[in-house]
Design a protein around this ligand. Structure first.
Ligand SMILES: Cc1cc2nc3c(=O)[nH]c(=O)nc-3n(C[C@H](O)[C@H](O)[C@H](O)COP(=O)(O)OP(=O)(O)OC[C@H]3O[C@@H](n4cnc5c(N)ncnc54)[C@H](O)[C@@H]3O)c2cc1C
Length: 388
């Protein structure tokens, strides 16, 4: 420990942790970035990682690495039992894209390489297995090594080991469905459009990929239905997907492997349970992916963290993070509540519910100011995103 403790030790080099470490390193901080494994690019049968995420323009810019992306210029949302639909167009906002679809493996690998190339950041492979608190620093055990940091930033995902080691309370905001993620090749070109269709049993989304005839699919349903869909042979799965999407992308030609993810909404009671410990990303909150906001919320955590860190000599100084913790918890609670409301609104059957949704959706589609407000919030440029 010749140079003294790190300014921060970031545990977890997923998109959120790596983004936080890079940003702190670029701001001149001495940082350790630790992950149990080096992230690798993954390529499926159709040439893409089956794990993709839609990043807001601000989120992609914050990462500050060059990765292949597909722009979402338009978005169409409709429902299985309805006549109303809503359309968003980036041109109406004077923006080049509503969001950017990136592959998780390739983006994580690019962030890791950028961190390796940065003087202030030490990247280390190894599982974090211990955590203890001293007066001037936290000690983190990584295999046989001990690292010391003034602040530990836990970004080790939904099953956070740091959260377990620190005995931090997790609030349960409800189990939802499971999500199936894959990539399909489509007969019709996606035209840079994302499609989302709300079915009684959950939402189905197509996100455009850099190949005009390939889209990522995220299909949420209950766990039994998801398991059944995963077990179908490719032909039967494509037929089910074609029916559920009402043929929106023409005949579906091919599908990659299917992955199922359990979905639960949870958040830590306190994002800063000790002065030298902070939670961000999925380690702090998990939200339903129906609006593609999970990682964006985490990248927002990292961006706000940087604002607070600016000018602080000791990043673990008592009370430094209390305001951050309150605002980020409020932001995560608001997102969780919105996802619950959306999921429940579309899960409610019956003619009255259907009528209300159709009237509401048509009204929204023909009210440009309301549409602009909604999409700016989803793009991370709205009032909630800027003030919390
Ligand atoms: C089907 C699906 C679709 C989604 N689509 C979108 C979308 O379109 N847009 C969006 O914004 N979000 C989306 N999300 C959510 C998004 O994937 C997550 O919010 C995001 O990946 C979380 O990133 P993270 O960096 O916080 O955690 P993770 O990506 O989980 O990274 C955690 C890292 O910590 C490491 N780690 C864990 N334990 C240890 C340990 N003990 N020691 C060292 N390292 C450790 C892991 O190896 C991993 O690299 C989706 C989620 C699902 C399930």
């Amino acid at each position: 420990m010749a140079d003294g403790p790190y300014d921060a030790i970031v545990v977890g080099a997923g998109l959120v942790g790596a983004a936080a470490a890079l940003a702190l390193g670029r701001a001149g901080r001495r940082v350790a970035l630790v992950d149990r494994r080096r992230p690798a690019e993954a390529r499926g049968r159709l040439g893409f990682d089956v794990r993709t995420v839609a990043l807001t323009p601000a989120g992609l810019e914050f990462l500050g690495v060059d990765v292949p992306d597909a722009r979402i210029r338009r978005m169409r949302v409709w429902e299985e039992e309805g006549t109303g639909h809503i359309e968003f167009d980036s041109a109406a906002l004077g923006s080049d894209a509503l969001a950017h679809v990136v592959e998780v493996g390739a983006t994580s690998a690019a962030l890791w390489r950028a961190a390796e190339a940065l003087d202030g950041v030490d990247v280390r492979c190894g599982a974090v297995s211990g955590l203890s608190e001293g007066a001037a620093a936290m000690q983190v055990s990584v295999g046989d090594a001990a690292l010391f940091g003034r602040l530990v930033i836990a970004a080790d995902g939904a099953e956070s080991e740091v959260r377990r080691l620190a005995g931090v309370e997790l609030l349960d905001r409800g189990d939802f469905d499971a999500a199936l993620a894959t990539v399909v090749r489509t007969g019709r070109a996606h035209g840079d459009a994302a499609l989302q269709r709300f079915g009684r049993h959950g939402p189905l989304a197509f996100l455009p990929l850099p190949d005009a005839h390939c889209s990522a699919v995220i299909w949420s349903q209950d766990r039994t239905a998801t398991e059944r869909l995963c077990a179908l042979d490719d032909g039967a799965f494509l037929a089910a997907l074609d029916a559920a999407s009402e043929g929106a992308l023409g005949p579906l030609d091919a599908v990659d492997r299917r992955h199922a993810f359990p979905l639960a909404q949870r958040l830590v009671r306190d994002f800063n349970p000790r002065p030298r410990l902070l939670f961000v990303g999925d380690a702090a909150h998990t939200v339903h992916p129906l609006a593609g906001q999970g990682v964006n919320l985490g990248i927002e955590d990292a961006a706000r963290l940087l604002d607070v860190a600016e000018g602080a000599a000791d990043l673990g100084r008592p009370n430094l993070w209390r305001g951050f913790a309150r605002r980020r918890r409020a932001r995560a609670e608001a997102m969780v509540a919105l996802m619950t409301a959306l999921r429940s609104a579309y899960g409610y059957g019956g003619p009255v519910g259907r009528w209300l949704r159709n009237v509401g959706v048509r009204g929204l589609d023909t009210t440009p100011a309301a549409k602009r407000w909604l999409i700016r919030e989803a793009m991370g440029q709205g009032v909630l995103a800027r003030t919390l």
